[in-house]
Design a protein around this ligand. Sequence first.
Ligand SMILES: [Zn+2]
Length: 143
Amino acid sequence: MIGTELLPCPFCGGTASYTGAAVRCNNFACNTIMTPRWTKDVVGSAKGGPDVRFALAKADCTRRWNQRAELAPGIAEAAKVLLDACPNPVFDHLKPVLMGEVTETIEYTDEDGEEASYKRSVSWTAMKQIITLALRALSEGRA
Ligand SMILES: [Zn+2]
């Protein structure tokens, strides 16, 4: 028998329930959802009718939801370690790898009234802020 016990939401700790074969966090503010994979690997080999295929997709979704919930504390812990190592040595390691690698497109209207654009590198200061915010969100379980 395939277990259908759902672990709490990895993002907010709220209870989860099924919406069809999908799993949804019951916390309205969080509302995380994991949709089933109706792939050949999951349901294509099923002998039987739609009910059997539905049960297989639901079981696969349950397994993936619970796997993510179990991994979440490890990710949060790793992010906390990295955040504690900011700015250094984390930024010392990342700067030579990331500098110039991320660009953004700036759109403007040129002197002839035509829409134009150019690309510019995202500043290292902005990238440090993004990295720090991402690690903070992960360490607090918000991402
Ligand atoms: Zn949640």
